[in-house]
Write a protein that binds this ligand. Structure first.
Ligand SMILES: [Zn+2]
Length: 130
């Protein structure tokens, strides 16, 4: 995948402030506040920063955690993980492979077949209906 590099200033000028805070400063939207947590339309979820396909509606499930949850990524390598030691926890942060946007975290308590739960901020994604 071809990486996209932009300066902080460039991202700040082209993204809405809330999207910038989540994706470039590793923020988290309030639970149950996002557009996609209670949402089950068929389609694709793209990175809010660079448009890369990240997740598909067939991979989404209702986790009741307050954020959109997926059991897998659109294709292997759409995202990558970084160990996150903030807030006194050990978590796996999920980022966009193309532009390094912070998307959310992945937890090992998801459904089959992967057993994983990608807990992703709605603001980090743009939905395209099928
Ligand atoms: Zn991206």
């Amino acid at each position: 995948m071809d990486k996209i590099y932009k300066t902080d200033e460039a991202w700040r000028s082209e993204l809405p402030p809330e999207v910038y805070r989540i994706t470039r400063e590793a923020g988290t939207e309030r639970p149950f506040s996002g557009e996609y947590h209670d949402f089950d339309a068929a389609g694709d979820y793209h990175c809010a920063c660079c448009g890369t396909l990240l997740f598909k509606s067939q991979q989404k499930f209702e986790s009741h955690c307050g954020w959109p949850a997926f059991f897998d990524e659109a294709q292997a390598g759409s995202t990558y993980r970084v160990r996150d030691l903030s807030h006194g926890m050990v978590r796996e942060e999920v980022r966009c492979s193309r532009c390094d946007a912070h998307l959310g975290h992945v937890f090992p308590d998801g459904p089959k077949p992967t057993g994983e739960r990608y807990c992703i901020n709605s603001l980090a994604m743009k939905f395209e209906p099928q």
